[in-house]
Design a protein around this ligand. Structure first.
Ligand code: ARG
Length: 462
């Protein structure tokens, strides 16, 4: 071993220890301690394989495994002492192992480097986060399905430009988010598949001359197989970038739904009522119930997309293979993952507690001349007008209704006939919002029957 001043892991070449500032910029233990479980798992798989290959004795392997179990217990009960002088989680654990079991600990690092070690640990960690994101998304999707089912045939205004466009069903609107979150889920599933290859055994960058079995460690760690190129194995973080990209897209979707909940819960809309459990009050305005959880979900995309961009910038232009730059991956990935999981949990909670208010939804559905398109389609279908002419006639009828201060169904037949004499009382059938949504039976359309069949399809998928 080396003297106290220089580093215990490479002190042989160093006469003095690092400057305090060097230690401050170099140490990652404050955050990479979160990789402890993955690091221990990787070390067990590695040492088991080394023993199997005859590189390590069975006695050393057993001592290593026993020591690693003790360390895991110390970490779990909070007695493990982390040291910034030991830089990162890998060296903290190895140093403790040496203190516990002596020389056998030094043999653990045979045919391995921190470069393949950290690549393996982070992959295992991100892989778990993909699974967590899938579960979180499925919970949100279930909550949306329940909302959709309860109001499959409730009408509400459908918007474009946030202006009333055509009536849609509440169920249809909820199911639009199920589709988005369903794609998010498949992005995490895909990313997990792609990242599920084992970097361990790539060693520092070139592989190793020891007769290791990378297929064995891959199997032990639940990977599909070893990564085929040792330079690539230690030097890419695309799996983390892909996770962050999927997380960013998911956070965009969450923010859109969150924004709708903020708007819909306002006194001007009253489409939904948020539960007290997911609202806060105002310290000065007693009447207020603020949708803070939704607002925060709306904002969290900033951190998640920020992490995505940060890691892209860290990796950009890095020459092969490992560079210490890559230590900057972890805080971004950890924070984005924590933020995403919390956002998904909060969205799930809000949706489970959410009351959709049928009466204001339906009242709003018929305002704003929302069935004008139905009227134009009727003119085409019944009177044989070219669509452009029908559009023009409908525009005149909307202007008339606006001038009278009424909605389209409230115009008299006589008044309508002054715009086009061919109009008959049958037109009133298409001016009602329920008829309007019921007529949109094209696949993926807003008709309640369509919505119910989409709900049934998703239930079979989840
Ligand atoms: N803490 C380092 C990281 O996060 C571990 C790998 C260090 N490897 C090295 N050769 N310095 O990337």
């Amino acid at each position: 071993m080396t003297d106290g001043a220089s580093n215990a892991m490479w002190g042989g070449r160093f006469a003095t220890g690092p400057d305090a500032i060097m230690e401050a910029i170099n140490a990652s233990i404050d955050f990479d301690k979160r990789l402890a479980a993955q690091d221990i798992r990787g070390s067990k798989a590695h040492s088991a394989m080394l023993a199997e290959a005859g590189i390590l004795t069975a006695a050393d392997r057993d001592a290593i495994h026993g020591g690693l179990d003790l360390i895991a217990a110390e970490i779990a009960d909070g007695t493990f002492v982390y040291s910034a002088a030991l830089e990162d989680i890998h060296m903290n654990i190895e140093a403790r192992l040496r203190a516990l079991i002596g020389d056998a600990a030094g043999r653990l690092h045979t045919a391995r480097s921190r470069n393949d070690q950290v690549a393996t640990d982070l992959r295992l960690w991100v892989r778990d986060q993909c699974d967590a994101a899938v579960s979180g998304l499925e919970a949100v999707m279930q909550a949306l399905l329940e909302q959709a089912e309860a109001g499959a045939d409730w009408v509400m205004p459908g918007f474009t430009h946030l202006q009333t466009a055509q009536p849609v069903t509440w169920g249809h609107h909820m199911m639009a988010y199920v589709e988005m979150f369903g794609r998010d889920r498949s992005r995490f599933v895909d990313a997990r598949k792609r990242m599920n290859e084992n970097p361990l055994g790539a060693a520092a960058l070139a592989g190793t001359s020891f007769p290791i079995d990378r297929h064995a460690t891959a199997a032990a760690l639940g990977f599909d197989g070893p990564m085929r190129n040792s330079l690539d194995a230690v030097s890419d973080r695309d799996f983390a970038m892909e996770f962050l990209a999927a997380a960013s897209i998911c956070a965009v979707h969450l923010s859109r739904l969150a924004e709708e909940l903020v708007i819909w819960s306002s006194a001007q809309f009253r489409f939904v009522t948020m539960s007290d459990r997911f609202s806060t009050g105002s310290s000065i305005m007693p009447q207020k119930k603020n949708p803070d959880a939704a607002e925060l979900i709306r904002a969290k995309i900033g951190r998640i997309a920020g992490a995505n961009v940060a890691l892209l910038m860290v990796m950009k232009g890095l020459p092969l293979a490992y560079g210490k730059d890559m230590q900057e991956d972890k805080e971004q990935v950890f924070d984005a993952a924590d933020t995403l999981m919390l956002s998904l949990a909060a969205m799930n909670g809000m949706l489970r507690d959410l009351t959709a208010n049928r009466a204001p939804l339906e009242a709003a559905a018929s305002s704003g001349f929302s069935t004008a398109t139905d009227l134009a389609d009727w003119l085409v279908r019944t009177l044989g007008l070219p669509f452009r002419d029908a559009h023009h006639v409908t525009g005149a009828l909307v202007a008339m209704a606006e001038a009278q201060g009424v909605d389209l169904p409230e115009l008299s037949l006589d008044a309508m006939q002054t715009v086009h004499p061919g109009i008959t009382s049958a037109v009133f059938d298409v001016l009602g919002v329920h008829n309007s949504v019921a007529s949109r039976t094209s696949f993926g359309g807003t008709a309640p029957d369509q919505v119910r069949s989409q709900i049934a399809w998703w239930k079979s998928q989840l």
